[in-house]
Ligand binder design. Structure first.
Ligand SMILES: Nc1ncnc2c1ncn2[C@@H]1O[C@H](COP(=O)(O)OP(=O)(O)O)[C@@H](O)[C@H]1O
Ligand SMILES: [Mg+2]
Length: 279
């Protein structure tokens, strides 16, 4: 089983929407998917549950940190819902190490039962994010193309507790940063300029999906994506043309991300997050 964590210290950047699209896509491609929602707002698990596709785990995600959980329902698509109890965990610092150990043991116990575990996280580098990164194989960071997002990239890499560099050095050397995924990209001149600026500044962190100069993974802003999320629909199953067009636009990105996580794409070098990287 490969574990992917979606992380960005900012809220509203499209983490949960990307997590939802990826989880449904992986299931569609025949992967056994375990979806875990570490955000107490529950936007990822909410969208999945509304779709009625996954089996509910029967426990909330906080229990994966607080208890020694070793069993999940026997199904090819299972969701562990996020709820309010998750936001209490940060305030129990003496238990943070056991929290991280519980999650690691749980994921190890799931190894034979699922192919991919997708973990969506809350904004804010707290114990949920740290525990998830401490046991994950991959981290993907959806970002919006604005000044704050650019500042957020530095936090993603360098935050003293939850930064990818720190986690790799201290807790989890196998963690791979897939890279930055610009989301809600609009084709305004302002956004285009920002996109170029980000690409130039963070080129090693951009995710290539083709050989052309602008072939980087990105998710455009499309109302159909928000609707799919709100109604629990699968974008590619929605009838209206706008949804089909949106899926056509994002499919190469979703497919490339799925291939990286499932190990079907080995041609890519891991982004360098050593001291030479910008940010
Ligand atoms: N590509 C997109 N186009 C249009 N709306 C989007 C897109 N991605 C996300 N949204 C919407 O924007 C809001 C915030 O996205 P969400 O995925 O919940 O962000 P986060 O998980 O980072 O807080 C939600 O209402 C969501 O449906
Ligand atoms: Mg979210």
């Amino acid at each position: 089983m490969k574990t992917l964590v979606l992380a960005n210290q900012k809220g509203g950047v499209g983490k949960s929407a990307v997590a939802t699209l990826l989880a449904h896509h992986l299931v569609q491609k025949g992967q056994r998917v375990l979806a875990i929602d570490f955000d107490h707002q529950g936007n990822f698990s909410g969208a999945l549950r509304r779709s009625k596709r996954p089996t509910a785990a029967g426990i909330t995600a906080d229990r994966l940190l607080t208890d020694a959980v070793t069993v999940m329902p026997s199904a090819n698509f299972v969701v562990v819902t996020g709820d309010a109890a998750l936001s209490m965990l940060e305030a129990q610092p003496t238990l943070h190490t056991p929290f991280a150990r519980h999650l690691r043991a749980f994921l190890a116990a799931m190894e034979q039962h699922f192919d991919v575990c997708v973990i969506d996280t809350n904004p804010g580098p707290d114990i949920r994010v740290i525990a998830a990164l401490a046991s994950a194989d991959f981290v993907l960071s959806p970002i919006q193309l604005n000044q704050e997002a650019m500042e957020g990239v530095s936090g993603l890499l360098n935050h003293p507790r939850a930064g990818v560099r720190k986690i790799k050095a201290v807790l989890n050397p196998k963690l791979q940063l897939i890279g930055l995924l610009p989301t809600m990209v609009e084709s305004t001149p302002f956004q285009r300029a920002n996109f170029l600026q980000i690409v130039q500044k963070y080129l090693p962190l951009m995710i290539r999906i083709g050989g052309g100069p602008g072939d980087f993974a990105a998710i455009p802003r499309r109302s159909a994506i928000a609707e799919a999320q709100a109604h629990g629909e699968l974008l590619w199953e929605m009838k209206k043309t706008a949804a089909r067009d949106a899926w056509k636009d994002i499919e190469p990105t979703i497919r490339a991300l799925a291939a990286i996580v499932t190990g079907q794409r080995q041609d890519r070098a891991q982004p360098e997050v050593g001291h030479g990287t910008a940010a």
